[in-house]
Unconditional design. Structure first.
Length: 282
């Protein structure tokens, strides 16, 4: 929607801007007609001022043209809006009329639907009563069949239980006999295994005794060798310790002598420095 002429942005179009007439004699000032032409006598600042005034005049003309164009567009839009409002009002009246007709049709259809539903409910009620009668007869027949089936089933179940009990007893007797045979075989196997283990234990004991004797002899020889090696190592250790003691004693003597020489040098240096200081003071 275009804004109205009273809009803030269009306030410039209500009044035309008046510009004072330019007096060339005031702008140009005194001109020397003998020295050069009039254009050459105009200063650069005056040229810039004239260009700015001309540009402002063009902008004002363009602004007035746009304002006039805006007023025409606003007037056209106003006329179109009035036409749309009139057409909308007529459409609303037609809409209200159609809505009322639709409401009447809906009420008529609702009344027809309720009547039809009542008829259907009456038919469903009759059908339901007939269905319940048939279902009651079917239930009575089913109960009779169920009682007869239960009686026959109980007789068959008792007979099956008797057959299962006899079969269970025969299987139990067979299982006991098989268990006894298995136990007898297991006893024989254990006796045989015990005799074999005893023979193996005797063989192992004899072998273990022979191995023990051999190990004892080997351990005795190893022990003698180890004692001899320990004695040799102890003698070598004593000899090494004596050598280390001699070396340490000689090294300590050398260190002590070196320390004494250093101390003597320091004492001599200190004495010379003290004498030099005393000599300097005197």
């Amino acid at each position: 929607m275009m804004p109205s002429p009273g809009w803030r942005g269009a306030s410039y179009s209500a009044h035309k801007t008046t510009h004072p007439a330019l007096n060339l004699s005031q702008v140009l000032g005194p001109v020397d007609y003998d020295g050069s032409s009039i254009l050459d006598s105009i200063p650069e600042r005056e040229w810039r001022l004239l260009a700015a005034l001309a540009k402002k005049r063009e902008e004002n003309d363009e602004r007035e043209r746009l304002a006039d164009q805006f007023r025409k567009m606003w007037q056209k839009e106003k006329e179109e809006r009035e036409m749309v409002e009139a057409e909308t009002s007529e459409q609303y009246k037609r809409y209200i009329h159609a809505k009322r007709q639709h409401e009447r049709s809906r009420l008529d259809y609702s009344r027809f639907q309720r009547g039809l539903e009542q008829q259907l409910k009456r038919g469903q009620l009759v059908s339901c009563i007939k269905f319940k009668e048939r279902r009651s007869a079917d239930l009575l027949a089913w109960h009779d069949d169920k009682k007869a089936t239960e009686t026959v089933g109980k007789a068959l179940e008792e007979e099956a239980r008797a057959i299962l009990a006899a079969d269970r007893r025969s299987r139990h007797v067979e299982a006991e006999q098989w268990k006894k045979q298995v136990e007898l075989l297991d006893v024989k196997r254990r006796v045989h295994d015990a005799s074999k283990r005893r023979e193996e234990m005797l063989r192992d004991a004899s072998q273990r005794l022979a191995i023990t004797n051999a190990l004892s002899m080997w351990e005795s020889s190893l022990l003698r060798q180890e004692i001899s090696a320990m004695e040799t190592a102890r003698r070598a250790e004593h000899a090494a310790r004596a050598a280390l003691t001699d070396a340490r004693s000689s090294r300590l003597a050398k260190d002590r002598e070196r320390t004494l020489r250093r101390a003597r040098k320091m004492a001599a240096l200190t004495a010379r420095m003290r004498e030099a200081i005393i000599t300097g003071r005197s």
